[in-house]
Design a protein around this ligand. Structure first.
Ligand code: ARG
Ligand code: ZN
Length: 472
């Protein structure tokens, strides 16, 4: 039998297919609903944050019981209901939230049950009805599990860190997923509110201010917090402990809420008492304090660690004066203006460290110039100079040069463009990028704009050349 008819049939089928595919005869295509990306696009932490959604508000209803007095290992129990208001930025067939080490048990989208799966870092949610770009939707995630003492890629404790009497919650850079479902990247800031229920006798301290007095029933106390200033997820906290609370109003009018571990009411409180003066000083440098409240959490559990959790900085038992100034300065530099990518971390740490240098000078100690000179006395063959501070890599985020060479860069810039342009730049930086994120390129551009100087070579030498700057 001849094969011809079969070949003809194939040929005409191909022709028909071609016709169908040609735009001239195409019927209106159905809208393309596609999955949101599993990351925000930050090369250092590819799975941090997500694509396709812009989260506007998190309401975290948490129920937590820390470890009994003497167990090993230290573990707690956390159950949560996260109510998340978001706006899809694309037509979504499904989308992700970051969630690590805790198990989701129920998810709804716009009031309807959704199906979901979990991988080690991602909660993948498929709504029963597709979700349209721009149409606000509320997502509710019920979740829970055993809390431990998570560590970051450097091996440092972070996230929801279970302690014997509560939890210290410090999530930089990507630890928020250890305690709530989240778009865990600074490019998706949101407002937060909290309802945290803990055993009676413990205090739960989050960002912002109490929205109503705590309530107690059946041996458990619920603490209510409202944090209305948009916040990067890594700056959220909900630390739990046997805290002594101290509330007052600072000289600039900012309400202060401090929570201090009773075992640590000595030296840290002396440094914390300088907060009011520091607020006045940093307002003179950077403009009005950007948030509606401030305060500190001093926890007994860690030594030396501190974090600029928004409106409520976290300190370990040491909390020295320089660190108190550093974390307060971060409220402008890091919290109000946050890194666009984690590679931009020197903008956080350089500014906070330089703020410390300036505070020391203001207090009658060593001048910022002397701190700079000290730093520049490190020999050229020291490994201090081998890091590219504006691209330190995910393991280099918190290495010393990010802090000190970052600060020295700012001091050298100040000398180069003069005090007037430098402090104008500092204020304009906060004004222009406040509430959002900004990159190193944005900073260089604004420095050139404000000063009128050509600064490409200067920043190349200071930020991008892994050698000791000698001539700039
Ligand atoms: N941003 C904090 C500070 O310098 C430091 C966080 C350190 N984090 C770490 N994983 N080592 O104020
Ligand atoms: Zn810092």
């Amino acid at each position: 039998p001849s094969r011809r008819p079969a070949l003809l049939a194939i040929a005409s089928a191909i022709a028909a297919a071609a016709l169908l595919a040609s735009p001239a005869v195409a019927v209106a295509a159905p809208p393309e609903y596609t999955p949101g990306a599993d990351g925000a696009g930050d090369p250092y932490f590819p799975l941090a944050g997500n694509g396709g959604t812009d989260i506007v508000h998190y309401h975290l209803d948490l129920d937590y019981t820390p470890a009994p007095p003497d167990p090993a290992p230290i573990e707690g129990r956390l159950d949560g209901v996260a109510t998340i208001d978001l706006v899809p930025t694309q037509d979504l067939s499904r989308f992700n939230l970051d969630l690590r080490g805790l198990t989701a048990t129920e998810v709804t989208v716009a009031g309807k049950a959704a199906t979901f799966t979990q991988t080690s870092n991602e909660l993948v949610i498929t709504p029963s009805k597709k979700v349209k770009a721009g149409k606000a939707a509320q997502v509710v995630v019920r979740y829970g599990g055993t809390t431990t003492r998570p560590t970051d890629i450097e091996g440092a404790l972070y996230g929801w860190v279970t302690t014997r009497d509560g939890a210290m919650v410090v999530s930089e850079p990507d630890g928020s997923a250890t305690w709530f479902p989240v778009n865990d990247h600074p490019t998706d800031k949101a407002t937060f509110s909290f309802e945290i229920t803990v055993p009676e006798g413990l205090v739960a301290v989050a960002n912002g201010l109490p929205s109503r007095p705590a309530t107690t029933a059946d041996g458990r106390t619920t603490w209510y917090w409202d944090a209305p200033d948009p916040m990067a997820a890594y700056l959220a906290t909900a630390s739990v402990g046997d805290y002594v609370v101290n509330q007052y109003v600072a000289a600039n009018g900012t309400p202060i809420f401090d929570a201090v571990d009773p075992a640590r009411l000595g030296a840290p409180s002396e440094s914390l008492a300088l907060t009011s003066d520091m607020l006045v000083f940093f307002e003179s440098l950077y403009g009005p304090y950007p948030f509606g409240s401030y305060g500190a959490i001093v926890d007994d559990d860690s030594v030396g660690y501190a974090l600029e959790t928004q409106t409520r900085s976290f300190f370990s038992r040491t909390a020295r004066e320089g660190t108190v100034a550093h974390e307060l300065a971060h409220q402008w530099m890091g919290d109000e203006v946050s890194p666009f990518r984690w590679a931009d971390i020197w903008l956080n740490e350089g500014w906070a460290t330089y703020s410390q240098w300036m505070w020391t000078e203001h207090r009658g100690g060593q001048t910022a110039q002397a701190s700079f000179d000290d730093y520049l006395s490190i020999p050229a063959d020291d490994e201090e100079w081998e890091l590219v501070v504006a691209d330190p890599g995910p393991l280099g985020l918190f290495l010393n040069p990010v802090y000190d060479r970052g600060a020295a860069t700012l001091h050298a810039l100040r000398v180069r463009i003069g005090d007037e342009a430098f402090f104008d730049l500092a204020k304009q930086w906060v004004e222009r990028y406040g509430g959002g994120t900004a990159s190193t390129a944005d900073f260089i551009a604004l420095a050139e704009e404000v000063s009128g100087a050509e600064l490409g070579d200067f920043f190349d030498i200071w930020l991008y050349t892994p050698e000791k700057p000698t001539d700039w």
